[in-house]
Every structure is written in structure tokens, then in C-alpha cells.
Design a binder for this molecule. Structure first.
Ligand code: NDP
Length: 434
């Protein structure tokens, strides 16, 4: 706290991990002796840089770029790039810190990083996005590489932006380095199944939690916040598994459809037409739109999947969900539930899947994209989906077993933190003090 006084989100993420690790240190004194806790909370490096670019009127704009290379004990730094006006060093550090443990949980050889800019893509033309992205990557290209640091998409960064970054990187380097980015278009170097992976993976994880209680998605009602990449594919898979999605949102408000959200309409509006979620009601009789995104949690449901952004679900929202009989919550977004909300869910017996486990499917398929790029071949969507299911089942089991072994049966927050930490900490001890 003394070292990072203004980094609210980073302190929140670190506190949650520290709280979970108490039972680990009595069994593993070597981690104390090796200063693991002090080292694991200090990023390897934080890079910040100016991004100057010209808008369509010819005016020069300046944004700030970030890349946090947090920990590479298990592999090259790996984590998304976020373009959103709220981006700052605390948010970047919290995301990179979480990413380190999440990536460890996947069992794949990837370290943790995150990057982005306070650039707001909303309302920008395609050419402005390209010019900004090229300027951003011109600086970042000095610090990344297929064996060094492999960025991907996140909020505000999809395959279009990754395409511009990839093109500019190769132009600067004068070659073709397929594995330097993931989240590329499957027609040129990307993996099939990547765009669906985080949302599908989240639903697979929640299905594992439900299975443990002899339950499933079948016949359940579901609320999904957001209507971006993660939300859309979480809805699609939840529907495929036999549930009815009643509501989803964007940062302005939410839609409620008593007949079940039609995910194809949401895809058309958000993935292709760049429209607000409000437009949905024009196409579906009986559906309603309400201003204010947080009121979505007032819609009664069996399963809640917060898939929008950090701290979007607070204690008061958790209380409403519990009052309405929610049985399971899976975090599709990163840290969408506040600490108080998580504690309330757990105290009331709600099954809770924490982000670093429940949304690890995206980065898991990103690591598969790296493998395919290295092998210069591509897997079918069915192959990728099978591997994704297996990864999510393994993550669930690791979290479940770690929670049991360290005296917190059923607490997947503790389980995920411990299982991820042990992998990273073991490697750090093996690699010596630095
Ligand atoms: P997108 O940019 O595709 O979508 C974000 C969505 O959330 C948009 O619909 C946005 O609406 C909405 N939103 C933003 N703020 C709020 C809010 N306060 N309340 C309700 N809706 C809001 O991002 P992604 O889907 O890629 O990412 C969502 C979350 O998942 C992030 O936390 C991200 O870090 C995490 N994540 C993403 C992965 C991926 O593979 N994409 C992997 C792992 C985690 P609007 O259009 O109004 O801004």
C-alpha cells in the first residue's frame, strides 16, 4: 500500500490473493525465505509511452500507452491490450497481476502481462483507429516478440485492431513473425474458436461448478452483463446448453427479453453494425430497454454472468441477486464483482467462479494460437473446442483440489489463487533470486 498508494484496483487484486495465500506459507516456508510475495507483486517492468496520432481533421492528438510485463517465469509475457478512456497504471497492473495467475492455471507455458491506452475508440473512424494503432505499436514493437511478449485483444481491441498492429509490427521488423500477436483473424494466422473462447470457457467452467452439485444450465434463467465479445459468446453457449438468457447490457442500459435474448440480433448490432444495445427492442416484440446498466442485476435469475468490466457488480447488487434466488455466479469479465459482493455470495452458499479461473478460456486458446503458429498449421474449430473444454475442466479441478487441500473446501476464489500461485512461485524459486 505504501509503495502503490494510488493504485486502488491493483491493491484490491493483490489483497484478494494475499488473503487466500495464508494457508500456503505454513506448508511452504521456502516461499517466505525466497521473498516470493514481495517479488510476485512487483512487475518485472512497466512501460509507459506517448502515442501521438493525427485525427481526420489533421489535428494531432496525444494518448498514453502502457505495457506491464508482470512475470515471465512460466513463458513469454502474455495478455491483452485494452483501449478505453479509463485505462491507467493501476488498472493495467491489476490486470497484468491477475493474468499471471490465470495463465498459470491454464497449464500452458505463458507468463503474465497487459497493456493498453486511454484512447477512446468510440466515435472514431476506421482510419483514425488505424493511425492510432500504428503509432501505438511503433513504440511497443521495441518491447514485444513471439518469445518475449505476446499481446492480444481486450476491451476496445478486436481482430481489426490486432490486424493493424500485426501489419505495422511486421512492417517495422521487415519480416513475418506469426506468433507475436494472438487474436488474429482466422483467415490470416488466427485460431478458429478464439473469438468464442472466453465466453464459452466461462460457461464450461460454471457448468463444472453446477455438475458438482448435480445441477446444470438446462432449464435455468441467466443474466449476462455487457454485450461485447465475452458476453455474446457466454450467451450463445448458455443458450446451447438449454438455458434462457433474459437480459444483457452495454454501458448505457440493459435489455430484457422474456422470450429469451436472441443472440444473433445482439451479434448483428454489436459485432457488425456498431449499434447500442437499445436498438434490440426494435427487432423483438415484448423486449424492453431500461437506462442504467447496473439495474440489470434486479432481473431475477438462476445464474449471473458478469461479462462487462471491473467492479460492475457491488454488494447491493449481490444482495438483490441472492434475494432473487441466484444459485451460481461466473465472472466472465476481469474482477467484475467487488470484494464485498464476492464475500456475500460465498456467505450465502452461491457457487462462485472467480475471473482468473472462469475467464481463462480466452488466453488458453490464445496459447493454442501460438502453438499453431509455431507449427505452421491450424486446427479445426471442433479440435479447439475439445481442447478448450478440457482446459476448463482441468482448471476447475485444480481450483477445487487446491481449495480442499488447503482447508477451504468449495471456495474456488482461494483455490484459484493458490493453484495459480503455486505454479508461478515454484518456477520463481527454481530460477533463483532476481
Ligand atoms: P468488449 O469491448 O468486446 O465488450 C465490453 C462490453 O461491456 C461492451 O458491451 C460495453 O458496452 C460493456 N460495458 C462496459 N462497461 C460497462 C458497464 N459498466 N456496465 C455494463 N456494460 C458495460 O470487451 P470484452 O468482451 O473483450 O471484455 C469484457 C471483459 O472481459 C473485460 O473485463 C475483459 O478484460 C475481460 N476478458 C476478456 C477476454 C477476451 O477474450 N475478450 C479474456 C478474458 C477477460 P459499451 O459498448 O457501452 O462500452
Amino acid at each position: 500500500k505504501k509503495r502503490n498508494p494510488d493504485e486502488k484496483e491493483f491493491l484490491q487484486a493483490a489483497r484478494e490473493v494475499f488473503d487466500s495465500l495464508r494457508p500456503v506459507f505454513s506448508k511452504h516456508p521456502e516461499f517466505i525465505y525466497n521473498g516470493i510475495l514481495e517479488r510476485i507483486t512487483e512487475p518485472d517492468r512497466v512501460i509507459t509511452f506517448r502515442v501521438a496520432w493525427e485525427d481526420d481533421t489533421g489535428k494531432v492528438q496525444v494518448n498514453r500507452g502502457f505495457r506491464v510485463q508482470f512475470n515471465n517465469s512460466l513463458g513469454p509475457y502474455k495478455g491483452g491490450i485494452r483501449f478505453h478512456p479509463t485505462v491507467n497504471s493501476s488498472i493495467m497492473k491489476f490486470l497484468a497481476f491477475e493474468q499471471t495467475f490465470k495463465n498459470a492455471l491454464t497449464g500452458q507455458p505463458i507468463g503474465g502481462g497487459k497493456g493498453g491506452s486511454d484512447f477512446d475508440p468510440k466515435g472514431k473512424s476506421n482510419r483514425e483507429i488505424m493511425r492510432f494503432t500504428q503509432s501505438f505499436i511503433t513504440e511497443l514493437s521495441k518491447y514485444i516478440g513471439a518469445d518475449m511478449d505476446v499481446p492480444a485483444g481486450d476491451i476496445g481491441v478486436g481482430k481489426r485492431e490486432i490486424g493493424y498492429m500485426f501489419g505495422q509490427y511486421n512492417r517495422l521488423k521487415g519480416g513475418y513473425e506469426a506468433g507475436v500477436f494472438t487474436g488474429k483473424d482466422p483467415n490470416h494466422g488466427g485460431s478458429l474458436g478464439r473469438k468464442e473462447a472466453t465466453g464459452y470457457g466461462c460457461v464450461y467452467f460454471v457448468e463444472e461448478m453446477l455438475k458438482e452439485k448435480s445441477n446444470s444450465f438446462k432449464g435455468k434463467t441467466v443474466i449476462v452483463s455487457g454485450s461485447g465479445n465475452v458476453a455474446i459468446y457466454a450467451m450463445e453457449k448458455a443458450i446451447e446448453l438449454g438455458s434462457k438468457v433474459l437480459a444483457c447490457s452495454d454501458s448505457n442500459g440493459y435489455i430484457y427479453d422474456p422470450n429469451g435474448i436472441d443472440v444473433e440480433t445482439v451479434k448483428q448490432l454489436k459485432e457488425f453494425d456498431n449499434k447500442r444495445i437499445q436498438e434490440y427492442i426494435k427487432f423483438h416484440k415484448g423486449a424492453t430497454y431500461s437506462e442504467g446498466c447496473t439495474d440489470i442485476w434486479k432481473v431475477p435469475c438462476d445464474i449471473a454472468l458478469p461479462c462487462a468490466t471491473q467492479n460492475e457488480l457491488e454488494e447491493k447488487d449481490a444482495a438483490i441477486l441472492i434475494g432473487n434466488g441466484v444459485i451460481a455466479v461466473g465472472e466472465g469479465a476481469n474482477m467484475p464483482c467487488t470484494e464485498e459482493a464476492v464475500l456475500l455470495f460465498q456467505a450465502n452458499g452461491v457457487l462462485f467462479g472467480p475471473a482468473k479461473a472462469a475467464n481463462a478460456g480466452g488466453v488458453a486458446v490464445s496459447a493454442m494460437e501460438m502453438s499453431q503458429n509455431s507449427m505452421r498449421l491450424s486446427w479445426t474449430v471442433e479440435e479447439v473446442d475439445e481442447k478448450l473444454k478440457l482446459v476448463m475442466r482441468n482448471i476447475y479441478e485444480s481450483c477445487h483440489n487446491a481449495a480442499n487441500n488447503f482447508g477451504h473446501p468449495g471456495n474456488l476464489v482461494v483455490g484459484a489463487n493458490i493453484a495459480g500461485f503455486l505454479k508461478v512461485a515454484d518456477a520463481m524459486v527454481a530460477h533463483g533470486v532476481h
